[in-house]
Ligand binder design. Sequence first.
Ligand code: ADP
Ligand code: ZN
Ligand code: MG
Length: 484
Amino acid sequence: MAEYEAVIGLETHIQLNTRSKVFCACKADSWEDAPNTNICPVCTGLPGVLPVFNKEVAKKAVILAEAVHAAVQPVSCFDRKNYFYPDLPKGYQISQFDMPLARGGIIDLPIPASADPAGKGYTCRVRINRLHIEEDAGKTKNDGQQRLVDFNRCGVPLVEMVTEPDLRTADEAAQYLIRLRQLLRWLGISDADMEKGNLRCDANVSIRLKGSDVLNQKTEIKNVNSIDAVRDAIRKEIERQKRDVEEGKTIEAWTLEWDEDTGTLRKMRSKETEADYRYFREPDLLPLEISPEWKAEILVGFPEGPLERRLRFMSDYKLPKYDADILTLERGLSDYFEKTAKAYAGETKKVSNWLMNDVLRMVNDQGLNPAEMKLTPEYLAELISLVDAGTINITTGKALLQQINESGKAPKALVEEQGLAQVTDDSAIRAACQKVVDTNPNEVAAFKAGKETLMGWFVGQVMREMKGKADAKLVAQILKELLS
Ligand code: ADP
Ligand code: ZN
Ligand code: MG
């Protein structure tokens, strides 16, 4: 078989988490509402009503555009995209066509070693073609012999973001969605939950001979509602196209539908072209003007992005890639890391270890918000320093995490209050070791006969004797002396 490469471009629909819909005052999020209870004359397209644009939608869309380095257009326009479908009561969708909100942009995707055929990991630069604002349509579903329609989602604000065909593998496409989801949550502009449909993706796929730069006929995969399914569907479609091309068939511009239950692709229809939609300007809405002043106001407090922060954690704090990745998955956790690292005088890799191994488990198990924990970054830094200084041993330190978080008391105060400071007094430890040796003659005999693994057991006994507060290194040293 000739060597092929895939060419993939993604169109994502992102539901913005505004309070109200894009052109009326209905609540935007009706995930838990009964069908058709969150609608009004505007979003159901009754005659004589007028849409009023929700400015919050523009704000959140501008934030997203900025985060992907897209150029926000000073003027963009709304257009009617006309088609007939039962979930579209107006008979058209208000969207943006030739004058979208923003153009251009890039996302630099870190591709992990596990998704790199060469096993090293690399960066994949994906160019963004455009971002535009549009309204969502309703939902239909089958119920026995009937077809039901729910208009709750009509008029929910979406940003459609379209990439250039820069992705080459199904793994890169999955990584794009993983990073986009992370970014949206980081920015706080969308819940980005694919299962709930607030992040949706259509994948455009074609193949070509490796090394060529032509764009061949593509197909479009719709209705995929998880990242794993996107990866699967693209893989299958690439294989299908390779097979067909090898058999001398031509690839046609189909729209394919992913069937979640069977894990297969089905042909929905031959693709419609733009001319089919009879786009024209929405006469009921003014152009959307975003002045430099308004844009600057929207972007006050604009945060550093997760991927930028990931790179900075690697260079500023000398964190390994793996650590930097985990510590920037979520904005609250990454703020927490940075505050702790600043409050702590030692090596920041230690902070990372404490966070990833112990604090993160606590956060996940108890559903905590790092920003609101009583175990503040300052307290965590203090605790690690107490362990460093040998004031408490690491076991005591770890046990204290939960206590600090429950009581809100400073680590030093708790150590004093409960008398947890390590005994470093040589004679006290020596006495405890002697006692353990004297009371366990059988083990001593076994040890002396060569069963050296018993050392751990002896250390454990002494630690118990000293209520966990002895310096373990010292204990081992003294025991060795006594047993030799
Ligand atoms: P259409 O005219 O079918 O809507 P567009 O040019 O608007 O196509 O592109 C839609 C999406 O398809 C974009 O994400 C784009 O990157 C991607 N795309 C365009 N051409 C190809 C191709 N030959 N193979 C794969 N993806 C493509
Ligand atoms: Zn409404
Ligand atoms: Mg198009």
